[in-house]
Design a protein around this ligand. Sequence first.
Ligand SMILES: Cc1cc2nc3c(=O)[nH]c(=O)nc-3n(C[C@H](O)[C@H](O)[C@H](O)COP(=O)(O)OP(=O)(O)OC[C@H]3O[C@@H](n4cnc5c(N)ncnc54)[C@H](O)[C@@H]3O)c2cc1C
Length: 489
Amino acid sequence: MATISAGTASWRVLAPCSTLFSPVKTLSSHARKYQQACHRWSTTTATPLVSSPASVKAESQITTSITSTTSTPKALPPLSALPLPVLLRSLFVSAVSSHRQLLVPSLSILTFLTKPNRGFLLSVDRNPVLRWSLKQVFYKQFCAGENESECRRTLDYMRSMGFEGTILTWAKETVFDHATGAAYAVGKSTVATSVSSETCPHIEAWRIGTLHTVAMLSPGDQLAIKLTGAGALANEAFAQGKLAPPQLMAALDDICIASRHRKARILVDAESQHVQKGIARTAVDLMRKYNTEGHALIYNTYQAYLKGTPARLAKNMEIASDEGWTLGVKLVRGAYIASDARNLIHDTKEDTDNAYNTIAQGILRQDLFGRGGTSGKPFPSLNVILASHNMATQMAAFGIHKERTEKGLPIVPVRFAQLHGMSDVVSFTLLRETDSLGASPLVLKCSTWGSMGECLAYLLRRAIENRDAVSRTLDEYTALKAEVRRRVW
Ligand SMILES: Cc1cc2nc3c(=O)[nH]c(=O)nc-3n(C[C@H](O)[C@H](O)[C@H](O)COP(=O)(O)OP(=O)(O)OC[C@H]3O[C@@H](n4cnc5c(N)ncnc54)[C@H](O)[C@@H]3O)c2cc1C
């Protein structure tokens, strides 16, 4: 397929059961009132508690059941947490995503619009009608905002829904299409193939834009960085498997220090295979330098769909163990199947699922690739973010973590992450989980910010992902439809 851009929860221990659902500072006042109501109820009955951030309607429903002495409160579905406008927009988008006859033309239109140098009528940045329609539906569903105030509103909204924070990323990126051998700066014209100067204006622009992103973050948020956004000089180095050029390494130092100051972690995104070796080397170099205080400030991303990932991760575990720093692992399945060399990727979805689950569960059990378990070799200090929309994967991982916590076994700090606008049912199902100690998983939503033009390729990637996950999107559509029906009737 041609030039598809690819670019880009530790535990919060709640109070013990008797005080479960005491106010959690990250929840909105509605969610707080709802939890207080549940707390009042929990002290007078022995029926299992209902735990979910709630919409106003959900709150009024549960309050009604609390005031009745005879009725048993019914657990609200996870999607009851969504505000009505978000629910309706999600329903519309998932209706398109789950029906091929709607998705295929939408994909063609989106692909067409991402091509650079369009005339006025077809330019999303210049045609106000086109821009408005795309913004209200697709942009708002998946992206954080075009400027700081829009982004801050989205970050506040995420916290108010109960998420630990947002993984925020700037949309600027470059994609390498294996089929055509061309690199594209997303939403812009083709990338210059070489830059001779050592002081590169693209790297400086990326440094400023990324520091701007850091400035929007609060403790518990994460910065996701796509290193290809730094332009041709950086990409040339990455394509040769080299570390980022000195100017970019200096920029990354500025970014790491600023993020550490804000108590926000940094996730280095995995990108096209063409550049990934250099990106991963750079990420390991940063982890070695900044992950020295017993926890991960920097996370490298590992793509489970690559046949070579187990060997690479095993090597990084060995280096971290030998050198005594914390390995930050963000585990994904992989988003570049449409543009990367197919032979590097597992032959079937099932093989990718097995690879993801083996790595995720091995990390949580501290028994992977001949380290930990009964191997006699120590398991390295490791923090993990499980980034996936796959309910079975996430619930199985949470189950292992929960069991180990309850048995008092050593645990690996874990967070769970989904993309903004996708798989809310997975996010809210996780958010309402607790173990017998009252510990709740930390869940993050990942959102992208940037101009409409910059974000189009990101939106296209989401659409392609949905096309390739028909059964998941159909499940999402069914769950959203059921929630709309529940609120209406
Ligand atoms: C918070 C977050 C951050 C992310 N960051 C990155 C990143 O930095 N880099 C990156 O590459 N991706 C990233 N992704 C996207 C991720 O890689 C997946 O594309 C996406 O999450 C879909 O996988 P899944 O586990 O959610 O769901 P599922 O629907 O269970 O899996 C779909 C995935 O399975 C794989 N797959 C599908 N068909 C086949 C097949 N025939 N053969 C082999 N494998 C197949 C593909 O990877 C596909 O994306 C991120 C996702 C999230 C949620």
